[in-house]
Design a protein. Structure first.
Length: 500
């Protein structure tokens, strides 16, 4: 629990304290502070003063809490450190057409920034400059892909692309096989660079430059600590694998396994839960008959009881998924307190948005690891539409999907691959910060691998194969837990299934 700065203080004392800092407290809100219903820590009070708010009431308090979460070191507990780098609060309100236009503009500029200094993009010009010039010498553009048409004979692909100054047709010839492959697999609405030349009407590409990530050094923690990755618990489903999950709980409590395995459990300080904590209610037609627990409050109560058994010296970092009681539009705000109250009572739990960024295990002599969390709702779309991902195994190859999104530096580039909510000051789905770990779930298939020193992790699930999954050709691998030693960055997959 946070320290209570106003412990034992009367309503009057609280009001006069804030008054001396030019803040008017709503009287009913002062009551809540006085009777302990709202607990304000010293840090929080300093923050409110520093933010120069004029009125403190329920709504300004909520805003400050959300801001505080994003801006402050929220680490608590012993042996772990969790800093929230980006978590998006509820951003309600009617969305207008102009918000969507603005959203795509923000995305363009964020990705343009990642691309503009690339050596391959020499003589960079705006689309309007290219269109107004008769100069046929080599040049480059950075543009968003609007349309893609393959010629009937398969000898070229024509792309319609645009930047904020205009749109132009780009021709990609099949003679250059590598570039042609790239074009075939380009997601629409992604932002990429083209170098080539133009006749003032059409741009003839001789290379396509995708944002990708640079090869980064592999960070290693000074201590022997571990992180484990859970996702898709689906508590409440008839197919929830309770015995398997209980085996995991027993292990993490040091009650299961040989001496070495128990030692690893005791050194595990970070547990990620990457969405679909519960099976939810009304997620798909006819779900009722698949539910053991049909009440959403009971579902969260049950999953919280299980997570409460995890020792408190381990941080649990939780984001929502598409089965959770959250809006579907991404970024999904942290799980609503209304439904998931029992999770908020866990002192070692951090509830963040989907997607979000955290930094873990920093200390005065170590910068910590940056972790990008995304449940993976958009994965279904790319599994079905991108030829390269289909050829690499689709749902059976989460690594290929995650690598693909990392290369385009966006979690859901193509419009329609996820539902999104605009009106932030940036596109939160852009992967602007290169993470040390990119963590996801959703497709119920475990994988862990490295790409340019970023560890890609897809969590397993705790739900046996459902009729729906059977129909769409999923091969879930339940009850597995990817684990990483943060000192060596070596990883493996632990199995908790009774039928190994
Ligand atoms: Fe799931
Ligand atoms: Fe999911």
């Amino acid at each position: 629990m946070a320290d209570n700065f106003f412990l034992g203080k009367s309503k009057k004392e609280i009001i006069s304290f804030f008054f001396s800092h030019n803040i008017l407290v709503n009287p009913s809100f002062a009551d809540k502070i006085s009777n302990g219903e709202v607990v304000l820590s010293k840090n929080f009070v300093d923050f409110a003063i520093q933010k120069r708010i004029t009125v403190l009431d329920d709504s300004s308090y909520k805003k400050l809490v959300d801001l505080n979460k994003v801006l402050f070191d929220t680490s608590k507990g012993e042996g772990y450190s969790v800093k929230v780098l980006a978590s998006y609060p509820e951003n309600a309100g009617k969305k207008e057409f102009k918000d969507f236009v603005r959203h795509y503009n923000l995305r363009y500029h964020q990705l343009q920034n990642l691309l503009k200094n690339r050596q391959e993009l020499s003589h960079l010009k705006s689309v309007s400059k290219v269109l107004s010039s008769r100069d046929r010498s080599p040049c480059s553009i950075i543009a968003m892909v609007d349309e893609k048409t393959e010629s009937k004979k398969g000898t070229s692909i024509s792309l319609l692309v645009e930047d904020p100054t205009g749109e132009i047709k780009v021709i990609v010839k099949s003679k250059n096989k590598e570039m042609y492959d790239l074009a075939v697999n380009l997601p629409l609405d992604s932002v990429v660079g083209f170098s080539g030349s133009s006749d003032g009407r059409i741009f003839f590409a001789n290379s396509i430059i995708i944002p990708d990530i640079p090869q980064a050094p592999m960070k290693k923690a000074p201590e022997d600590v571990y992180a484990v990755f859970l996702s898709d618990i689906h508590y409440g489903s008839k197919k929830f694998l309770e015995d398997d999950f209980n085996r995991f709980i027993q292990w993490i409590r040091g009650e299961l396994g040989d001496e070495k395995q128990r030692e690893v459990a005791s050194k595990t300080k970070y547990i990620f839960v990457v969405g679909d904590l519960v099976d939810g209610v009304g997620i798909y037609r006819g779900q009722d008959s698949d539910l053991k627990i049909p009440d959403i409050y009971e579902q969260y109560k049950g999953v919280a009881e299980l997570l409460n058994k995890i020792p408190k010296d381990k941080a649990i970092i939780i984001i929502p998924g598409n089965h959770d009681a959250d809006r579907l539009a991404e970024p999904q705000p942290p799980l609503p307190k209304k439904f998931a109250a029992p999770l908020y009572e866990l002192e070692n739990a951090f509830l963040l948005s989907n997607p979000s960024y955290v930094n873990i295990h920093s200390s005065p002599n170590f910068p910590g690891f940056n972790v990008l969390l995304y449940h993976g709702f958009s994965f279904d779309y790319y599994v079905a539409t991108i030829p390269k991902i289909i050829a690499q195994g689709g749902y059976d190859n989460p690594e290929a999907i995650m690598k693909f999104l990392l290369q385009f530096r966006h979690l859901a580039p193509e419009h329609g691959s996820s539902v999104f909510a605009p009106a932030y000051d940036k596109d939160p789905m852009v992967i602007d910060l290169v993470p040390d770990f990119f963590v996801s779930g959703h497709i119920h298939k475990t994988s862990i691998s490295n790409y340019k020193n970023v560890t890609l992790v897809c969590g397993s699930c705790w739900q046996a194969r459902t009729a729906f999954q059977e129909k769409v050709g999923h091969h879930p691998e339940p009850s597995r837990v990817p684990i990483v030693n943060l000192k060596t960055r070596k990883f493996k997959i632990l199995k908790f299934s009774s039928n190994k």
